[in-house]
Design a binder for this molecule. Structure first.
Ligand SMILES: Cc1cc2nc3c(=O)[nH]c(=O)nc-3n(C[C@H](O)[C@H](O)[C@H](O)COP(=O)(O)OP(=O)(O)OC[C@H]3O[C@@H](n4cnc5c(N)ncnc54)[C@H](O)[C@@H]3O)c2cc1C
Length: 262
């Protein structure tokens, strides 16, 4: 393993498809991270971008949606190619409670899957909502079932499970499953709805937020949300902090630093 100015150069061990647009890359190396913490991934010659750690530990990996130039280049990397990794960075999820409700919307399942693994290893009860646009896009259903979570599926088009948004199914479960703590990662509109539902019922929660990140260590201001560096003070925030963000679900900074709607 090579280290270059704080960047560990790791080799691609396996780069395989989870769905038509999501892949998991395993990088030869050990990286311990709390679920919700992220790494900055450098694809030499292309880009550097943040990714949650979906497989912490000795068979370290990340799970990524193939979107633009950086992730497209990563998707094409064959075994043995080198990727630069900085981190892990930020505040991850902190397991609290005994009867947990977790929600992973789309690729938001990436940090929720290892959280399920750890909670189940502690023999905690986990109701998990996996949400996706359609059944082909569902992530980590088998992994979570094997870990012993009670898995609830929601698809926007009704091709599997509950027809509708993950936030609607999660709101039903807030009442029927009786969780004492909620954990969420996914689209910001989903998080805003779950924050409102958990607040009304006075159930504590934590959610992971996404903002444009460049430095990853609280210097560049690119990820600022109401003056808070999401990369350093987050990306996971507890309910009392989430409720204070006036810009949550409203605006964010784009890569050029312009304020744009979420
Ligand atoms: C803390 C954190 C954890 C993340 N974890 C995951 C994950 O586990 N899996 C996953 O698929 N995606 C994750 N993302 C989003 C991921 O960083 C972007 O999808 C990725 O950067 C896209 O890069 P690209 O070059 O392929 O696409 P681009 O064409 O450059 O961008 C596509 C979209 O990705 C987002 N994006 C691009 N660059 C950044 C950046 N530096 N920081 C934040 N967002 C960016 C923007 O919304 C942009 O519109 C995470 C983001 C954050 C902030």
């Amino acid at each position: 393993m090579l280290t270059l100015a704080g960047i560990r150069l790791l080799s691609v061990r396996k780069n395989s498809s989870e769905t038509a647009s999501v892949k998991t890359v395993r990088l030869g190396g050990e990286l311990e991270a709390v679920p919700g913490q992220f790494v900055m991934v450098w694809v030499p010659g292309k880009d550097e971008f943040p990714m949650s750690v979906s497989y912490p530990g000795s068979n370290f990996g990340i799970t990524y949606q193939v979107l633009g130039e950086g992730t497209r280049a990563l998707a094409e990397m064959a075994n043995g190619k080198k990727v630069g990794i900085r981190g892990p960075y930020g505040r991850g999820f902190s397991i609290k409670g005994r009867k947990l409700l977790m929600i992973g919307g789309g690729v938001g399942m990436a940090p929720i899957a290892p959280l399920v693994d750890i909670a189940r290893a502690k023999r905690l009860s986990v109701d998990l909502v996996i949400g996706a646009k359609t059944s082909d896009d569902l992530l980590f259903e088998r992994r979570a079932t094997r870990a012993g979570a009670k898995v609830h599926i929601s698809t926007d088009d009704g091709t599997k499970g509950f027809k509708g948004f993950a936030s609607e199914l999660a709101t039903e479960l807030l009442d029927s499953a009786g969780p004492d703590h909620v954990f969420a990662c996914g689209p910001e509109k989903m998080i805003v709805k779950i924050v409102a539902a958990a607040s009304r019922r006075k159930i504590p929660m934590q959610a992971s937020l996404e903002r444009h990140m460049k430095c990853g260590i609280g210097i560049c201001d690119s990820c600022a949300l109401d003056g808070v560096h999401v990369c350093k003070e987050g990306p996971v925030f507890p309910l009392e902090e989430l409720r204070k963000f006036g810009d949550l679900g409203v605006t964010k900074l784009d890569p050029a630093g312009r304020r744009v709607p979420v």
